[in-house]
Design a binder for this molecule. Structure first.
Ligand SMILES: [Fe+2]
Ligand SMILES: [Fe+2]
Length: 151
């Protein structure tokens, strides 16, 4: 059985994934300097996964007889992931990515909880699969954070 909470979480997560794609893509392009290369490569790989997440969420909404939203439903939230004024400021992008991944992890944990309560194992499975990817992204960027400690 699906619930409004489940479709709201799926819809919100779909939008968040697409905002993440936009900001990771922008930062993968704008960062400069030798310290940026690894982070840029990692962002480029993650973009494909985040896009895959949006696709899985959209397909699940369709299966639940709902439509994923278009751009008019979009509201920007990732203030800490805007391209830095200083394009060598790799640290600020790492911090922004960690914030986005933490927020995604929280969303998918809520979705797992709501799906379990509603006895919707298919949505639960989608959320568990995506959660595993987001935790891996967080680990990757925690590693970068160790190389670029905050002052
Ligand atoms: Fe994602
Ligand atoms: Fe992610």
């Amino acid at each position: 059985m699906t619930t409004d909470e489940i479709t709201d979480l799926l819809t919100g997560a779909y939008i968040d994934e697409l905002e993440t794609v936009m900001n990771y893509q922008t930062n993968a392009i704008v960062l400069d300097g030798i310290h940026a290369e690894e982070v840029k490569t990692s962002l480029e790989e993650d973009i494909q996964e985040e896009l895959g997440h949006a696709e899985m969420l959209g397909e699940r909404l369709k299966q639940l007889d709902e439509s994923p939203p278009g751009s008019e439903a979009f509201e920007a939230n990732q203030h800490s992931l805007q391209p830095p004024e200083d394009t060598t400021d790799v640290q600020s992008v790492i911090e922004g990515v960690l914030e986005a991944e933490e927020s995604a992890i929280e969303t998918y944990r809520s979705l797992i909880e709501a799906a379990t309560e509603a006895n919707d194992p298919v949505t639960e499975d989608v959320a568990v699969t995506i959660l595993a990817d987001e935790e891996a992204h967080r680990t990757e960027f925690r590693g970068f954070q160790k190389e670029f400690p905050m002052d």
